[in-house]
Design a protein around this ligand. Structure first.
Ligand SMILES: [Zn+2]
Length: 567
């Protein structure tokens, strides 16, 4: 007895047997039942999504002796011959092997003749994008003025390569990749009919490994049955697929999370010793990280059916989201670069070590807490952004307070916060300062900047003060320049607040004379900005010169971007 591959044995023969693609089936069924028949259809979609199967069912529906309908009888000779692949008026071509013009022209020349036995002459052209330009032109002639008895059913994995002239004459349907759940459901049906039992986890692994292709899924199922004809076990499927059970991967993630290099290497060695497909292991690891990330962002999306999901939820709660993203990114890059590594094992363990080496430049706060940007003083922190770019987080130690427009309603408390941002308070409140009464008004721009910090004005006065450039001072008079861009700060309320602050600070009435100026370049605000720009430039230079980072860029194909984390 010859063994018939499951994919062939269980190839759907009616629309209702087809797994998934309900959107396409519904549209086609309606058209068939209502007799609205187009003369050319194009099915697009990745391999194994059911394009040719659908094409054959459609060909059968068009030629069933019981009449055109979405439910071909399956009993008449036309139906049976289509199923057996012997129907003379169904011409199946594989463009991948018939790209020449001669063959296509021969075939299409025959289109003008009436069908031999059927209602329609149906041409199924698979991988139609592989046709030569001349062959397309030949087909186009028929498509432009199609004889009533000719139907084209085209299928392709790559619709981009089909000339627009052809595309525009076809009714196009995009077949979706099948979800692991749908694939698993179909496998279960088939196994039940075949009287074979299986572990649910084993089928889940097979369904995932098929990556959306039913044909691949059934081919893998064939292999699994060959390994274990009576019962499909998880262990043997994992061994067959060269993948690992989740426990191993979860232990690995835990070790990474703990920053325990020894444990990580130990796990890596165990995995390597199992002769697993290391690219597949990284892929599976990425899949788990994806689920953890999903769980952090949208907990409801994680189905609740597996014990592993409880563990994933725990991990989602304990690993900071940015770290999950980083692991994921490194995982993908590691998998991509695996063929370039000295050997697979080295590439694999290097990927894991990279996860330990790079930490997000952010404080590790619990996922629920707002993420605060890290403040790096001299050594710029380095992180890898989600897009794989290595980012120099060169946030200077001092930052400028919140934008003026928001600070208008700012309370005294906010002002307090802003002040701390601008300059860490070096002089504790308890430290007595020298008598300020004797002090003179500022003598140059830097004095003014320092004065603004020292006198700690309220929010409104502070906003005004930061934008003003010192112009000159007399005994009790302070002349300031305000740029036109901030003239709204010149309103009396703000001015009087600043005057009060000055008067309080110097313990004598101070007169404030404000002049509007096109622009200023030495206001405290501008000085801080210039300083920040310089620090950024310095930090970027030092990051670029860092050998470790250069290597990381080289090995990981990352690129430098300069970003600034704003509070
Ligand atoms: Zn029939």
């Amino acid at each position: 007895m010859t063994y018939l591959a499951l994919a062939r044995k269980w190839r759907p023969r009616t629309f209702s047997e087809l797994t998934g693609q309900t959107h396409v089936v519904r549209a086609l069924s309606n058209a068939l039942d209502q007799g609205r028949l187009h003369h050319a259809w194009l099915f697009t979609g990745t391999r194994g999504t059911g394009k040719t199967t659908l094409a054959r069912i459609l060909a059968k529906a068009l030629n069933c002796e019981q009449g055109v309908s979405a439910q071909p009888c399956g009993e008449c000779s036309a139906c049976r011959q289509v199923d057996a692949g012997r129907f003379v008026d169904l011409i199946e071509l594989d463009a991948a092997s018939n790209t020449g013009i001669d063959n296509m022209r021969d075939v299409l020349d025959n289109a003008q003749y009436m069908p031999t036995v059927g209602r329609f002459k149906v041409y199924i052209i698979d991988e139609v994008h592989m046709l030569s330009k001349a062959a397309f032109n030949s087909m186009l002639k028929t498509l432009e003025e199609p004889p009533a008895h000719v139907k084209f059913i085209l299928a392709t994995t790559d619709p981009q390569k089909i000339p627009i002239t052809v595309l525009s004459r076809c009714l196009q349907f995009n077949l979706k990749q099948l979800s692991p759940a749908l694939i698993q459901q179909r496998m279960t049906q088939i196994l039940t009919a075949e009287n074979i039992t299986a572990d649910s986890a084993a089928l889940q692994q097979l369904a995932r490994a098929a990556q959306g292709s039913m044909r691949d899924a059934l081919s893998l199922l064939d292999q699994a049955i060959a390994w274990n004809p009576a019962h499909i076990q998880t262990e043997s499927v994992l061994e067959m697929l060269g993948t690992l059970d989740h426990d191993t991967l979860l232990r690995l993630i835990r070790a990474l999370q703990d920053g325990d290099a020894n444990a990580v290497l130990q796990q890596a060695n165990d995995i390597i010793a199992q002769n697993a497909d290391l690219g597949g292991v990284l892929q599976e690891l990425a899949r788990l990280l994806h689920q953890i990330a999903l769980c952090q962002i949208a907990p409801d999306t994680l189905e609740n059916d597996l014990p592993i999901h409880q563990i994933l939820r725990e991990m989602a709660a304990s690993i900071p989201p940015d770290q999950v993203q980083l692991y994921y990114q490194i995982c993908l890059l590691g998998k991509r670069d695996l063929p370039l590594a000295p050997d697979e094992a080295a590439g694999f363990s290097m990927t894991l070590l990279r996860m330990l080496a790079f930490l997000p430049a952010q404080e590790h706060t619990p996922p629920s807490a707002p993420v605060r940007p890290a403040v790096a003083h001299n050594t710029p922190a380095t992180t890898i952004a989600r897009n794989g770019a290595i980012t120099a987080a060169t946030q200077p130690a001092t930052t400028v307070p919140a934008q003026q427009d928001t600070a208008q309603e700012a309370t005294q408390d906010t002002a307090q916060d802003n002040r701390q941002n601008v300059a860490p308070d070096n002089t504790p409140n308890t430290t007595p300062t020298i008598s300020l009464q004797q002090r003179n008004l500022p003598r140059h721009a830097a004095d003014w900047q320092q004065l603004v910090e020292e006198m700690k004005p309220g929010a409104q006065a502070r906003m005004l003060a930061l934008e003003c450039e010192w112009q000159s001072s007399e005994e009790d008079k302070l002349y300031l320049l305000l740029p036109h861009s901030h003239k709204h700060l010149a309103q009396p309320g703000y001015q009087s607040k600043l005057r009060e602050a000055l008067t309080k600070h110097f313990a004598r009435p101070i007169q404030l004379i404000l002049t509007l100026q096109e622009s200023v370049s030495h206001s405290p605000q501008r000085i801080v900005e210039k300083d920040r720009a310089q620090r950024q430039a310095d930090a970027e230079t030092s990051v670029q010169q860092d050998r470790f980072i250069q290597e990381a860029i080289e090995h990981m194909g990352a690129r430098m971007v300069s970003t600034r984390t704003n509070p």
